[in-house]
Write a protein that binds this ligand. Sequence first.
Ligand SMILES: [Zn+2]
Length: 261
Amino acid sequence: MPFRPRYLVNSNHAELWPAWLLRARRNADARALATAGWVVRDRDGAYLATIDSKGKIHLLPPLHPSRDADGWRVLARDADAPHAPVVALPMHGLERRLLELGLDADDYARRSGLEQVPEPSRLSFAGFDRYRRPLWLGDAASRAWNRMRVAAADDGVVLDAISGYRSHAYQMGIFARKRARGLSVDEILAVNAAPGFSEHHSGNALDIGTNGEPPAEESFERTTAFRWLSDHAGDFGFRLSYPRDNPHGIVYEPWHWCWHG
Ligand SMILES: [Zn+2]
């Protein structure tokens, strides 16, 4: 039985995922995943290698000659120190990549009043979201979310996680796909924060839903779950980030809550 880590080690180049939370996409990977502790994933989600309980790296075919095994060794070392302090990762060329998408980061920051949000170096497994995907949050936010969820359940209210931590690369992918479909930068920014500027990058923000309710719709404000959150979320350190007429020009998001401690 391989060990089952409950955190994700993050870097600007790759992520270390607990193997038990991943499904093999090809037969060739299934055996490697079953015996591994960790899987090295690149920023686009491709599996690059597994790391066993002795820290030995096994490359997954097909091998990519430019892959950075030394960088993975650094990650594997971090994986061995689950209680080391979490640090903010460098922004690493974000502004250049935004420019390639037609977005001036300084100009956007001025107009929106939003700040760049770095990714943390480690995230905690906070359970599964509504879609049975692993939910990643910062350590304290993860504990607060699970305490809040239990307290709500005690009051007969179901709280569902829709989405927690999202990487810069993930948000960049959403942006690039919408651009490719012909949407303008402004059209996208009306509903999506610019990559690098979303509270979801911090691991402290959470989109919350409830049973029978579609995700991320304004109608969430008429649910008992929203009323419960309005009354109690503050006790657990969560705040509504984007109320009506917020100064950032972001649409009203009754489902989006951020942990502030
Ligand atoms: Zn959100």
